[in-house]
Design a protein around this ligand. Sequence first.
Ligand code: SF4
Length: 191
Amino acid sequence: MRIARILSPVHALGPGERVCLWVQGCGRDCPGCVSPELRPAVGGETDETLLAEILRRTAQANRCHGLTISGGEPFDQPQALLALLSQVRDQFDDILVYTGFRLEEIRGGSCGPAGRDCLAYIDVLIDGPYLRERNRPDCVLRGSDNQTIHYLAPALRPRYAAYLRQGRVLECFSHDGAVILTGIQDRRDEL
Ligand code: SF4
């Protein structure tokens, strides 16, 4: 899997302490892309078994029970995503994945059989393309209000409802000599 970075413990992209993985590569072209540096599908190749072990150890070290996968576009690498999810499923009690695809597209086979199979390992899917003009500050966990939070594991809905009530959260991390801001930012000033 091509990956860009792993940060932990993250609180800005889902409830509780989380490990967050950003994949590298995205074939979309959202105007006002929030992560242009993650679009080129180059570099960051990491074996999924090794990556699963890194996530496992990172979670143990930081007492994280949640995993968030963002990007980039995770479903542009469906085979790798499936290989990873199947190996980390038992490690995390809450796996959240962001995608620019719609859930119906994934179910319909737009990301191939592997993409469809990934859904069995995901608890919460936030889907849909990012639309800069619909980035509203009350839109917690979502980049724009056209995106939908799908509770594939319905038991997690109350936990997320409590999290969503607190509003958007931003966190800063130092990573590879740079400051990384995580969470959903208000970008209406870019319109
Ligand atoms: S899906 Fe995300 S990374 Fe890809 S172009 Fe859109 S905003 Fe950028």
